[in-house]
Design a protein around this ligand. Sequence first.
Ligand SMILES: Cc1ncc(COP(=O)(O)O)c(C=O)c1O
Length: 354
Amino acid sequence: MKKEVVMMVGPTAVPERVLDAMHRSSISHRSPEYTEIHSRVRESLKKVFGTKNEVYILTSSGTGAMEAAIQNCFSFGDEVVVPVTGTFSAQFAAMAEAYQLKVKKVVFELGEAADVDKVMEEVTPETKGVFVIHNESSTGVFNDLEAFGKALKDTDTLLISDSVSGAAGLEMKMDQWNIDVLLSSSQKALMVPTGLSFISLNEKAWERTKTSNIPKYYFDLNKADEFHKINQTPNTPAVYNVFAVDEALKIIMEEGLENVYNRHEENTKLIIDGVRKLGYDIFPKDDSRASRTLTAVYAPGKAKKIVEELAKRGVIVNTGLPPIADDVFRVGTMGYVYKEDVEAFLEALKEIKL
Ligand SMILES: Cc1ncc(COP(=O)(O)O)c(C=O)c1O
């Protein structure tokens, strides 16, 4: 059977080397071998995040790291501002509300990136945090974190960023861009099965953990820090996923982060040009803010059928998410996707006449 071309928005394709790295005997998460792997992973994750701060390994999907950010850095009733650009920013806002934060949403039209000035109009000296999704996986738009970091730099407001579908595919400079809390997860550009998430806090965010009054236990990051110092985690981590991320990070570092970003950019350009030649357009309103880890293709009323037809031809992509599920399909360039995959996708799309 012909090999499937997996271009999903996550969980993404897992390279054979990463699968092989999990094909081994189990080890204790308190053993010297585990601590050696943990230490290697944490150093590589710092490079992916563009930070000198520690990056903690949590056993959860990305949503767990979003919860960790709220539980550790905020208190009941804190005012936060959330630019809503799609499903995942709406979820972050809903989560903040569930934790009884006072959420001011700034809603943008789907397909638009967050306008930093418009968001800043809602930020006051009372605002404790601005929650920005780096790469909105539902609409295929990425936000300008650097501009948010600049705007919030000399304030007491924390910039919290979810780069679940960005990190390791899109350039990330946590320290240089003044991001206070950055989080991501394993099953996107990091090419690892779902099960790990990653979070990093700078000094300003750690300071805030001292006054946070939201209950926390599993995701208590001060406790995580105690164990991280000895290259361990407080509870049993998903050890096989740690084997996997260790190998995936080796692959990424061998290719070089810059080359990885360029590959994502080049593949995205090929997809955008290719779908336009076939008579489609992309959903983002501005090409310069179109994600490089996934392309949301606009196919009003036909998106679900196209996804089915592509699957029949061995090309696996994702449907859109509500409320644009029927009008958009999403093609991942995250992680283990190369030019030949993009060409196979475009060939298959060309055959589909609806
Ligand atoms: C941008 C973004 N944030 C958060 C999440 C939620 O992550 P998870 O499904 O790993 O919990 C996703 C999942 O696709 C995402 O794309």
